[in-house]
Write a protein of this length. Structure first.
Lengths: 115, 247
């Protein structure tokens, strides 16, 4: 069966959409709003939770797919805004940005607790 | 409603030699039970015989009378004057299509896309006639029936911003029809169709705006069909990466 390379990017976009919709709001409320207001004890608690390897892996999967979801969506929005001819450059920019975000997430998650 | 009441129609007029069209206004008798197509027929019969537009069944079956009515794609046989009265009604040819004349659009591009997905049943092995029919269970029929309701009226094309922006995008109706055959238990043509479907802009141009499904007069849900086509393509692609996947 014939396949465009778009199938790969779209599958990351699609999986990322599910991840972002399911986990992102809860993660943002928990780590961005509730826990910071509970003082150092809560910080230690979340640090301990995130240091647990299965949680790190889950967070990595959520962040990696959400980054590519975002990159693909932004690329298509820019194409719809008239940059259709620059789709090659946009791909480098958007998927490159998602890759940088993914690598940064991997680095932060891998080095947690070691510093 | 006053006796002898009229309603104003601003109708797009364009001859093949014109570079751009103009609007012409017609005051048409207002009847509560008239649809926009009735008003156009009245103009054609009593006011201006040069007005060109397509129509046939006047009952939402043939799919030929699609137009932009006050900016919305609709079958002109299904939109009543009373929905607009006493305001005027603007009638234009379907958006994003080249215009042949007045309200008639050029269908060539659409028909070429339709042909590219081979909208017919493709058998791997053709049975001899004596072997009888290709039987189907009600469940197998239900799998594709919704997508077979398309009447090729092209309202979904006029509603889709991606159709306007990307010439090579196959468009809602054509992808829904490809799904109609791909999901048919008697058909083995998915591989052949994938050449057109899975081209860079074939299905992938769709950004799930969803307007196609909103305007569809037959509840085909082309937006849903396109998402299912994408999922099917992705599943097929990943299954081939697996060591035990089919090549």
């Amino acid at each position: 069966m014939h396949h465009s390379k778009e199938v790969f990017w779209w599958s990351l976009f699609s999986a990322g959409g599910v991840m972002a919709a399911l986990f992102m709001p809860a993660l943002m409320v928990a780590t961005g709003v509730i826990l910071p207001n509970r003082g150092p004890a809560a910080h230690a608690q979340i640090h301990e939770t995130v240091s647990f390897w299965p949680v790190r892996i889950l967070l990595f999967v959520i962040l990696f797919l959400s980054f590519f979801h975002c990159g693909h969506r932004v690329k298509h929005i820019l194409m719809d805004l008239g940059l259709r001819r620059a789709s090659g450059a946009l791909a480098v920019l958007c998927y490159g940005g998602a890759s940088v975000g993914t690598l940064a997430a991997a680095y932060v998650l891998a080095t947690l607790g070691s510093g | 409603m006053a006796r002898g009441a009229t309603i104003k129609l601003d109708v797009f007029r364009c001859r093949p030699e014109d570079e751009r069209g103009t609007f012409r206004s017609y005051d048409v008798p207002y009847r509560e039970h008239w649809v926009v197509l009735d008003a156009l027929n009245w103009i054609k019969d009593y006011m201006d015989g040069t007005l060109s537009y397509r129509w046939s069944c006047r009952m939402g079956v043939c799919g030929s009378c699609g137009m932009m009515i006050n900016g919305q794609p609709a079958l002109s046989c299904a939109v009543f004057l009373k929905s607009y009265y006493p305001n005027s009604i603007r009638v234009e040819p379907l958006s994003y299509f080249p215009v042949d004349r007045d309200l008639m659009i050029d269908l060539e591009g659409f028909l070429a896309k339709l042909k590219s997905i081979k909208p017919w049943i493709i058998h791997e092995d053709e049975k001899p006639l004596e072997a009888g029919e290709y039987l189907q269970t009600p469940g197998e029929l239900a799998a594709f029936k919704q997508y077979s309701m398309c009447i090729n009226c092209m309202l979904c094309y006029a509603a889709c911003p991606v159709v306007g922006a990307e010439e090579d995008f196959l468009g809602p109706a054509v992808i829904a029809l490809a799904q109609r055959y791909n999901l048919d238990s008697r058909d083995q043509g998915a591989e052949e169709r994938s050449v057109a479907i899975d081209a860079d802009e074939g299905i992938w141009g769709c950004t799930f705006v969803g307007e196609c499904t909103e305007v569809c007069p037959k509840q085909v849900d082309p937006a849903g069909a396109i998402q299912r086509a994408k999922v099917a393509s992705a599943k097929n692609w990943y299954s081939k990466l697996l060591p035990w996947g089919e090549r």
